[in-house]
Design a protein around this ligand. Structure first.
Ligand code: HAS
Length: 549
């Protein structure tokens, strides 16, 4: 029998895998709820045992949007940092575990109150809906736990710099720092609203809440939240996929620059989720829309850089003509196929984002199920297919097992099933949204009305797509369990690409953290200070709220 050879230090691998177990358990719970939602909305199915639609929608959003993503990302960061910067000290690892357990305790606490139907407030927990204090306290634990892990990532990077003075830091380690920095700065907003507004209010210490302040603080966090999901996918696209296709990173500088731009511009743009809200000066909405369009630039840079990598490699292998290189890509390797299909879906997904950000068009799609269609393409396809693509090699690589040809084949089937399911579901959501179909609405309470009957076919299509996605989720779980526990022992590559010889020197300024954090803070202060003072000074009387418990 082959010996198990782990690609990273064994105790670091255990910490990584602990995150992966929670992430994939979350996938099971969350995606099952998703199926139930589409079935309920089709009008052909009634939820059993008095379970409410908004209850399962809350489980779905919290467990997939906050738990699966955060745990997967932190597990991936822990592994990447250990691989590229070197193993952690036992002290660092202890803090990592402390963060992990704090997050896990938070998840359990939050889940209990959602399951008790005392926190059916959806993942955005908009006031004046009031959940049980346990829901908010659980979320706080998740955030503080993630901060601890973030500091471990920072410390390992800083230690590498001390150990290698004057050298360019490993690209993936640098990217992990940006990702966690963005998370840290963004979560200050949600921590502020939860600690200063929601917890005192739900405990009855104060009797009302300022709704606009809470929504503004939430979206200050909410937009960078989606980039926190995206950046790890970009890490794989920039620095891992080139190795899988046998090529090189097109440019180290370009990759670092696009991560810095994402850090700068992804936080001061939260108002683009609040374009229809009264109480925010239109001038500041306009400013934040401009900043939103600036954040599109690094994504376009990413698209061009990836094209360049693929094309250069394809031509090296003899691909001729404009698209001859496409044929030379390793289509039968799921480590490439899954993230590549994710990239393809990001083209319409990103275009949808640009539509959303355009003020006039936002008036058409806001609060319609178009938005749900948008984030199922971006988050639930581009990002998640890339996460699956990472899991196919990461899990066996850190556990000392092999990605077998059989699991590779199953992964290819998974990618196709997921894409077909999502094309049907998300396509129907976009279409129904354009016709004015509302998001977050139950058939039993709204969609079943006589005047909404015309939406029936779209809702049915969503149920068909949702059922196909459910099958995709089950296939993914089979692969995960196989790779984590049953795949043959051996050695699986942890693919990290080298930078092309043709790429220029990376300017030192990219590693000047004081500068980039300073500019980030300045931009946030510019985009938020005046409108925030305005919101507080002109606030209407606080809302008493609707207690759900
Ligand atoms: Fe978004 C709402 C604007 C990107 C997620 N978004 C949401 C919500 C979520 C979400 C979850 O301005 C709902 C929140 C809620 O519950 O209310 N979004 C944008 C913009 C972008 C964008 C401008 N969103 C994302 C990403 C997400 C995500 C990424 C998750 C991961 N979004 C909005 C707005 C709203 C919104 C408004 C509020 C709507 C409302 O009114 O409620 C941009 O960042 C998109 C830029 C992307 C591109 C695409 C680049 C393409 C690439 C792939 C290249 C492909 C290759 C392969 C190389 C410009 C990088 C090619 C090979 C071949 C052979 C062809």
């Amino acid at each position: 029998m082959m010996k198990a050879i782990r690609s990273i230090h064994a105790p670091d691998a255990k910490l990584t895998m602990a995150h992966m177990y929670v992430a994939f358990a979350a996938l099971f719970v969350g995606a099952s709820m998703g199926l139930l939602q589409t079935l309920e909305r089709s009008g052909k199915f009634t939820l059993p045992f008095g379970i409410g639609y908004y209850q399962i929608l809350t489980v779905h959003g919290v467990v997939l949007g906050l738990v699966l993503t955060t745990f997967f990302i932190l597990g991936f960061m822990v592994a990447v940092q250990s691989k590229t910067a070197g193993k952690y000290t036992s002290g660092e690892r202890k803090w990592g575990w402390a963060g992990f357990w704090m997050m896990t305790t938070g998840v359990i606490t939050t889940t209990i109150f959602i399951l008790l139907n005392e926190a059916s407030v959806l993942y955005t927990f908009y006031a004046p809906l009031m959940a049980h204090p346990g829901f908010y306290i659980g979320l706080t634990l998740v955030i503080v736990g993630s901060w601890l892990e973030g500091f471990v990532i920072f410390r390992r990077h800083a230690r590498w710099r001390k150990e290698n003075p004057g050298e360019r830091t490993p690209l993936l380690s640098f990217m992990a720092v940006i990702t966690m920095l963005m998370w840290l700065i963004a979560t200050i907003g949600v921590a502020a609203t939860v600690l200063l507004q929601f917890i005192p209010w739900s405990l009855g210490l104060v009797d009302s809440i300022d709704v606009l302040v809470s929504r503004t603080l939430f979206w200050y966090f909410g937009h960078p939240l989606v980039y926190f999901w995206l950046l790890p996918a970009y890490m794989a696209w920039y620095a891992i996929i080139p190795k899988i296709v046998g090529g090189k990173i097109f440019s180290d500088s370009l990759a670092r620059l696009s991560f810095i731009l994402l850090l700068l511009f992804s936080i001061p743009v939260g108002f683009h989720h609040q374009l229809t809200e009264p109480g925010i000066d239109p001038f500041w909405k306009y400013m934040q829309v401009i900043l939103t369009f600036l954040v599109v630039i690094p994504s376009l840079m990413t698209a061009f850089s990836l094209f360049a990598t693929f094309e250069a490699r394809g031509r090296e292998l003899g691909g001729k003509g404009l698209f001859g290189w496409v044929k030379k890509m390793p289509w039968k390797d799921v480590r490439f196929l899954a993230p590549f299909i994710g990239m393809l879906w990001f083209i319409p997904g990103g275009a949808g984002g640009i539509i959303n950000a355009s003020n006039q068009m936002n008036q058409v799609i806001h609060n319609t199920i178009w938005v749900t269609g948008h984030f199922h393409l971006t988050a639930a396809t581009s990002v998640i297919l890339t996460f699956f693509g990472i899991a196919y090699w990461l899990v066996p690589s850190v556990t000392g097992r092999k990605l077998t040809a059989k699991m590779n084949r199953l992964g290819i089937i998974q990618t196709i099933v997921w894409s077909v399911g999502m094309a049907i579901m998300s396509g129907a959501m976009h279409w129904q949204g354009l016709l004015g179909g509302p998001r977050r609405s139950a058939y039993s309470e709204y969609l079943g009305n006589a005047d909404t009957a015309a939406w029936g076919p779209y809702q049915l299509a969503q149920a068909v797509g949702g059922s196909i996605l459910f099958i995709g989720m089950i296939i993914m779980l089979i692969i995960f369990v196989n790779l984590a526990f049953f795949a043959p022992k051996g050695e699986e590559e942890f693919p990290i690409a080298e930078v092309s010889e043709d790429a220029g020197e990376t300017p030192k300024v990219f590693e000047n953290w004081k500068l980039w954090i300073g500019v980030t803070v300045a931009l946030i202060l510019f985009a938020y200070t005046i409108p925030f003072i305005d919101i507080i000074q002109n606030a209407p009387p606080g809302s008493k709220g609707f207690r759900l418990w």
